[in-house]
Write a protein that binds this ligand. Structure first.
Ligand code: BV8
Length: 237
């Protein structure tokens, strides 16, 4: 049984109440991306960037729960005969809390901080400000969210490329397909001979690259597709 690679984006967390980036309640709304999701923006106004991420962190910790799509992917990992790896663009912890274990956060994690002075990555469940000192080196002024901003190198790319080249099935869920290198994963998987399936609420920038595209809400379509895969009704390649 070949392996499955699942790419998720903000759309898989939408039904849990986490705003997507390009929806009406979009995250970047009110903030140009350059101001809140680039190293230059952070250097220019660190307190603005801290408040942007502090707001998202406290919302995530204030009652947001995994939804049926997250839970279905964890079930797939437990019950599928081959390997299942979730590569997420999301910085929330909903895949972990749903039970996914084989999980790569290519754009980092909202509940972790990184120290610009000593490089320590630590759990972070409270507000960050410029004056907060690093628990390791004791210095302040260097802490930032452990997330990948525009212009920064995503994490785990070598491992992800290897997985894509060996996958029997590449499944993309809830992403607009606008941000690279994640948006290019489908081409890599397809070139390596994988079956490619997209589940998304609307047409995405990458829809034409997928062998199959299923239109609808992740909370409904992902559990149904996982049932199909576990029943063996649809060969995962
Ligand atoms: C890189 C973390 C070099 C932070 C994010 C000029 C200068 C510098 C770089 C570039 C440049 N031009 C292009 C680039 C590359 C750039 C890029 O792609 N820019 C775009 C805008 C053109 N990329 C980068 O900078 C990346 N780094 O390139 O380094 C390099 C080059 C090659 C190889 C290696 C390295 C780093 C980008 C990472 C930025 N960080 N997030 C944070 O979260 O604050 S990006 C962020 O937006 C997400 O992580 C995600 O990646 C991205 C897109 O969001 P989506 O997840 O797709 O969400 P979106 O709202 O857009 O769409 C949601 C979809 O769900 C919709 O289609 C909707 O219909 C659907 N949906 C909604 N509800 C549901 C649903 N579907 C199903 N069910 C539902 N219920």
């Amino acid at each position: 049984m070949k392996s499955i690679v699942v790419l998720t984006g903000a759309g898989i967390s939408a039904e849990s109440g986490v705003p997507t980036f390009r929806g009406d309640d979009g995250l970047w709304e009110g903030h140009p991306v350059e101001d809140v999701a680039t190293p230059e923006g952070f250097a220019r106004d660190p307190e603005l960037v801290h408040s942007f991420y502090n707001g998202r962190r406290s919302k995530l910790l204030g009652g947001i729960e995994p939804n049926a799509a997250h839970l279905a992917l964890a079930r797939l990992e437990r019950e599928f005969a081959g390997d299942v790896t979730v590569v997420t663009q999301n910085i929330d912890d909903l895949h972990e809390r749903a039970g996914s274990r084989c999980l790569l956060h290519m754009h980092g994690e909202l509940l972790k901080s990184r120290c610009g002075n000593c490089g320590t990555v630590a759990e972070c469940r409270q507000d960050l400000q410029t004056g907060v000192a690093c628990g390791c080196c004791g210095k302040s002024g260097g802490l930032r969210p452990h997330v990948v901003w525009f212009g920064e190198m995503p994490f785990h790319l070598d491992e992800i490329t290897g997985l894509l080249c060996r996958a029997g099935l590449f499944l993309s869920i809830g992403t607009s397909g606008l941000v690279y290198p994640a948006a290019g994963f489908v081409a890599t998987a397809r070139a390596a001979g994988a079956r490619t399936v997209e589940i998304n609420l609307e047409q995405s920038a990458g829809t034409i690259c997928f062998g199959e595209s299923r239109r609808g809400a992740a909370g409904e379509l992902v559990p149904a597709f996982v049932d199909e895969l576990l029943a063996g009704g649809d060969d995962a390649g």
